[in-house]
Design a protein around this ligand. Structure first.
Ligand code: PEP
Ligand code: MG
Length: 592
């Protein structure tokens, strides 16, 4: 029977595919009693699950490519050995027999006992084996509960081949970490549905960047959608059709075809300048998360990068709390990105770790941190722990020695924070000079304006910097006081709120009066409904999702700046949010 669910469409487009229901967290292990007549059946259920877990690992072993490094595949053999370990298995079977309980519960009891022994150990190597036991147990538990296979292998292998079973599927899950989303990038999935998360969560941003339709905030999606059911995901309306009727299917297929054609036509604009009809040149750059993303960017346009979010490099390398990319590793990675840009500029943002972009194995946030977005994130965290920050500063300074790379600081909220940062940059230059390595003494340094206080102080900040870049995702979150990753309050996201527009205008004016460029790299810049207004307000540097580049360029190239300026002035004089929305709609209709 067909049915429909409603969520928040966060990445446009329609896709059709079978559901892949993915539990990031294992469902709770529950205890229930069995009758003594069912003991053998329960033991057999346990042994079958163990055999299935073994089979899964053997399959992984066969499927991975022969050039996968040995240290990465080693864990498969370790897990296979553990699956043969008599301590775990004989004791679990004895537990089932003695306590007349289900296999899941008996297994958990044995594992908890073993893990408590590991907790007493001091040896760091043996402590890491604890993770292996947890992963092996989870695998058997999933087999017992008939849950889909866990993806530790994906995390470790990132092998496109291994993830082939996700190709064309629609992932249905509670929530995704940025790392999960990136791994799925290699698997050519059709779309995402998550139970939580708002339109500005990093996951939503990544989905848009990958051009994959996505819907968030579909509470209980995993309960309503069964594995392998056919779905239509409409990222424009936020609707999910489960087991759609034939008529619905053919309508969606034709919409997908039209959209594909429309996107194909946009490629006529590839490598053409972005320029208004009255001759104003606009700088249109792309946002990237990893050095490899330059390739995707270049599929759309040969241009520079206005925002390189470097957190992914840290998240990818974070197997343990102390495991972070070295200066050398960072330098190599940034240089690779710069090289692939072939002379176009690269704006490297120093890490914005914390809140929605947290390390997996962090020691930074204890349970008492209730507002991570207001806590120790981004530049605050870097200034608190220069041992993380300094290698990155040096890596960026060195990269800039080889081409047009600049450094951008996120979440600056006052001049003293900027002064501390500039001091660390100067200190790093002195060190690099002493080491006699190549770097750019005159690197361009900019700050992101994403805290209302920074927009209000933009003049003073601009006087010490080479550029500013407006991060509307955070600027709007902090101005309107809603959590960007909480779907319950995502309705409050409104880039056209007059307070937000005023802060943007103040930042643009500060740049103009101090004679430095102001860019916008938040999601507002990638959304075509705001392009004309932003142009009219004076924005001349856009850094957008690769996927939106050509669409934004088309609007720019059909716009007359003089007309947009007049219209934007009228809009900026309005104070009622609803009137502003209507006026922007009207402007878009009139000039499209
Ligand atoms: C922003 O806040 O607008 C921004 C670009 O940074 P991020 O989304 O990475 O926080
Ligand atoms: Mg931000």
């Amino acid at each position: 029977m067909s049915s429909t669910l409603q969520g928040i469409g966060v990445s446009k487009g329609i896709c059709i595919g079978q559901a892949y229901v993915y539990y990031r967290e294992l469902p709770e292990v529950l205890e229930y009693s069995i009758s003594k007549y069912d003991i053998d059946k329960e033991v057999k259920r346990f042994e079958d699950a163990r055999a299935r877990a073994q089979q899964q690992l053997e399959n992984v072993k066969n499927i991975i490519s022969s050039d996968t490094p040995h240290d990465i595949t080693l864990f498969i053999d370790t897990h296979l050995l553990m699956l043969d370990d008599p301590v775990l298995f004989e004791d679990t079977v004895s537990h089932i027999r003695a306590r007349l309980c289900n296999a899941e519960w008996a297994l958990q009891a044995q594992v908890d006992r073993i893990l408590s022994v590991f907790d007493e150990m001091d040896d760091p190597y043996l402590k890491t084996r604890k993770d292996d036991i947890i992963h092996v147990t989870e695998r058997i538990q999933r087999c017992l509960m008939n849950e889909p296979e866990l993806n530790h292998e994906h995390e470790k292998l990132e092998s496109g081949k291994f993830g082939a079973h996700l190709k064309g599927r629609i992932i249905v899950t509670d929530d995704l970490t940025p790392a999960d989303t990136l791994l799925m990038q290699h698997q050519k999935i059709a779309g995402f549905i998550t139970e939580y998360g708002g339109p500005l969560s990093h996951t939503a941003i990544l989905a848009r960047n990958l051009g994959i339709p996505a819907i968030v905030g579909v509470h209980n999606a995993k309960r309503f959608i069964q594995a392998n059911e056919l779905l239509i995901l409409d990222g424009n309306t936020g609707e999910i059709h489960i087991n759609p009727a034939k008529k619905e299917l053919s309508l969606s297929k034709s919409l997908i075809r039209d959209e594909r054609q429309r996107r194909k036509n946009l490629f006529d604009l590839k490598n053409k300048p972005a320029q208004t009809t009255d001759g104003l040149k606009i700088n249109l750059y792309g946002n990237i998360d990893r050095a490899e993303d330059v390739r995707t960017l270049r599929q759309y346009d040969h241009t520079g990068v206005g925002l390189y979010r470097t957190e992914m490099l840290f998240i990818d390398h974070n197997d343990s709390p102390s495991d972070l990319p070295s200066e050398e590793k960072q330098f190599e990675t940034y240089r690779r990105a710069l090289r692939s840009l072939k002379g176009h500029p690269l704006t490297i943002r120093t890490t914005d770790l914390g809140a929605d972009k947290e390390l997996v194995n962090t020691t930074q946030h204890g349970p008492l941190v209730h507002n991570p977005a207001l806590g120790l994130r981004a530049i605050r965290r870097c200034l608190k722990d220069p041992s993380i920050f300094l290698p990155q500063i040096k890596a960026i300074l060195r990269t800039a020695g080889y081409g047009p790379a600049c450094m951008m600081i996120p979440m600056i909220s006052c001049v003293s924070e900027l002064d501390q940062t500039l001091e660390l940059i100067e200190q790093s230059k002195v060190e690099l000079k002493a080491r006699r390595v190549r770097f750019d003494q005159h690197i361009k340094i900019g700050a992101m304006i994403e805290v209302p206080a920074a927009a209000l102080a933009a003049d003073s900040l601009a006087s010490k910097l080479d550029f500013l870049s407006i991060g509307t995702n955070d600027l709007i979150q902090y101005t309107l006081a809603f959590d960007r990753i909480d779907d319950e309050v995502s309705y409050l996201y409104n880039p056209l709120n007059p307070a937000v527009l005023k802060l943007i205008q103040m930042t643009l004016n500060a740049g103009e009066s101090q004679g430095i460029p102001v860019s916008m790299c938040g999601e507002m810049a990638s959304d075509t409904q705001y392009t004309r207004l932003l142009l009219g307000m004076g924005l001349q540097y856009f850094s957008v999702q690769a996927n939106s580049l050509l669409e934004i360029k088309r609007i720019i190239n059909r716009s007359e700046i003089a007309q947009l300026r007049k219209q934007s002035e009228i809009i900026m004089s309005l104070s009622d949010p609803q009137e502003i929305i209507q006026a922007v709609d009207e402007m878009n209709r009139r000039f499209s």
